[in-house]
Design a protein around this ligand. Structure first.
Ligand code: GDP
Ligand code: FE
Ligand code: FE
Ligand code: FE
Length: 195
């Protein structure tokens, strides 16, 4: 993709370097896979390719930060104190977006919202939110039972892919008796429940 530098104040190479420095090697490979898949989904679904690229490249930018850094960031950015009751899986999206804004100087709210919503989805999701949410689930490096089903669904319909992923993740969490983040329930009610 050819950057016109609308969303990141630097070259694509500079963004790649910043992301690479921020995460572990395996995570970086996942991020490149998400970008590849996000670009395909964006092209088919009428989403801006440069926004899709930047959002994909930064979506897990803070995934390998410490719990302590996230807790300090929740204070610094005056985010909801309830966030302190959760953990990395929720912080690297919602709190991560603030850290990305500060460290990478990315200010586009459409991109930052896609980062915020990439883990559990949301009641309201923009086309870019859906592209990143689904690409994160089906990128080439993902390997779990049903990933091929998810890929096939995504080829047919982005909304159906959002529904499939949301139901799949909730089912997995319930089967493992794990906590359900309220935002995940909101996404389920919006995208999975038949109307
Ligand atoms: P990744 O950052 O690329 O690994 O992917 P995600 O950001 O989509 O997800 C991170 C982790 O959060 C995964 O292991 C999910 O199973 C987990 N997760 C997603 N929603 C919930 C939830 O509501 N509750 C809990 N406990 N975990 C969740
Ligand atoms: Fe993530
Ligand atoms: Fe995900
Ligand atoms: Fe990811």
């Amino acid at each position: 993709i050819d950057y016109r530098q609308h969303y990141f104040p630097g070259s694509r190479q500079e963004l790649l370097q910043a992301v690479k420095k921020s995460v572990k090697a395996k995570r970086y490979q996942h991020i490149l896979g998400v970008e590849q898949t996000a670009l395909k989904l964006a092209a088919v679904n009428g989403v801006d390719l440069e926004q899709a690229s930047v959002a994909a490249l930064v979506h897990d930018y803070t995934k390998n930060r410490s719990d302590d850094e996230f807790k300090q960031a929740i204070k610094k950015y005056q985010l909801d104190d309830d966030l302190l009751n959760w953990s990395n899986f929720i912080w690297h999206g919602v709190v991560g977006a603030e850290i990305i804004k500060t460290e990478l100087k990315i200010t586009d709210q459409v991109i930052l919202n896609a980062v915020r919503r990439h883990t559990v989805g949301a009641k309201i999701m923009t086309p870019l939110d859906k592209v990143i949410y689904v690409a994160d689930f089906i990128e080439p490096g993902r390997d779990f039972p049903d990933v091929e089903v998810a890929r096939a669904v995504a080829k047919g319909s982005l909304d159906q892919a959002v529904a499939f992923e949301t139901k799949h993740t909730l089912t997995y969490l319930i089967n493992g008796s794990q906590t359900i983040y309220p935002g995940a329930m909101a996404a389920y009610n919006q995208w999975v429940v038949k109307k």
